[in-house]
Design a binder for this molecule. Structure first.
Ligand code: AMP
Ligand code: MG
Length: 321
């Protein structure tokens, strides 16, 4: 079982910051819900989030930072982002912005996208923790996949107590609702998720915003900004490399011929950590098809992180509209 310590205790925050910087997971309270935090710049630490939650999908995660200045070093702010940040940060609102050139956020954190989701939480001791860590912290809700978001440390302990080394307790969350997610990465502002800040409050500042359609993401993989897809075609479950293909291996099935290996030792956490960066590296001009070896855990393609990796590969391989 993990230990729960008070987030108001500065020695507990220091311990949490040390764990986070060394790639471990720590649950911590924000004003919205309790988050399962990992160093957002560390691909392996972020892969651990998906493993611990048992998530069957890699969706992009929100990175938490202590200040607007820290956020705008990671995401490109325009006049809209500035006025929104001025008004709602710190608070229950997340901005999706284009990555800055120097943005160190891991590709797994953004699910391969060129945009990043950023939030400055309202709970001040959570910001103290973030300042202490000195790196953006990726944090989805601290529950197992498919369960409701926890709003007390006791909920987190029930959900994940046996899987993480430390839970910071800050009492019950004030808002108890997830953050509003506003996408300002394109010319049209889009509301991706309703939450703690109302649509009308946002529209009063920047004018009409579009609502993302619930069905958007499934019908057209690769067309919508919320799914990364390479330019090259993908051939999945490949056991040989055909003419004109580059081969992305898993577990050294094609020694010699493969251009890269997601994990030569068939370690799914390593494969998850490498997935988006390797797809991006192989998807270079002139490459028309990437063949990908079967991804599985002891033969099962739907077990553990294999399910999330295969889900993402299937979406990336689906015909584009
Ligand atoms: P959670 O971390 O579970 O609170 O959920 C994060 C929310 O932000 C999800 O609805 C994501 O789809 C959304 N999100 C995070 N990053 C991005 C991004 N780069 N582009 C689009 N949506 C994002
Ligand atoms: Mg959640």
């Amino acid at each position: 079982m993990s230990v729960a310590r008070q987030i108001s205790d500065s020695s507990a925050r220091r311990e949490a910051a040390d764990l986070l910087r060394s790639g471990e997971l720590v649950a911590f309270p924000t004003e919205t819900v309790y988050g399962l935090g990992a160093d957002a710049t560390n691909e392996t630490a972020v892969a651990r989030i998906f493993e611990v939650k048992g998530r069957p999908r890699f969706n992009p995660l929100i990175s938490h930072v202590p200040s607007t200045e820290a956020a705008f070093a990671l995401g490109q702010a325009d006049a809209r982002a500035e006025v929104i940040a001025e008004t709602f940060w710190p608070g229950p609102l997340t901005l999706v912005l284009k990555r800055t050139a120097a943005c160190p956020i891991a590709w797994l954190t953004s699910a391969g996208l060129d945009s990043v989701a950023l939030r400055v939480p309202g709970f001040s001791v959570a910001r103290d923790l973030l300042s202490e860590v000195g790196r953006p912290i990726a944090a989805p809700s601290a529950n197992r996949s498919g369960r409701i978001s926890p709003t007390t440390a006791a909920h987190v302990a029930l959900e994940l107590g046996d899987r993480i080394p430390l839970i910071l307790d800050g009492g019950p969350c004030d808002v108890g609702l997830e953050s509003t997610v506003l996408d300002l990465s394109g010319a049209t502002a889009r509301l991706l998720r309703p939450g703690g800040v109302n649509r009308s409050e946002i529209e009063a500042l920047i004018g009409p915003i579009e609502l993302a359609q619930a069905g958007d993401t499934i019908t057209a993989p690769g067309m919508l900004a919320s799914h990364y897809a390479p330019d090259a075609a993908l051939r999945l479950n490949a056991t040989t490399c055909q003419m004109g293909e580059v081969f992305l291996d898993f577990g050294s099935t094609l020694s010699g011929e493969a251009e890269a290996d997601l994990s030569s030792s068939s370690d799914l956490m390593e494969a998850a950590a490498n997935l988006f960066a390797l797809l991006r590296a192989l998807d270079r001009p002139g490459v028309t098809r990437i063949a990908v070896a079967p991804i599985h855990l002891h033969g099962d393609p739907e077990s553990g992180l294999a399910a999330a990796i295969n889900d993402r590969l299937r979406r990336a391989a689906a015909p584009r509209g």
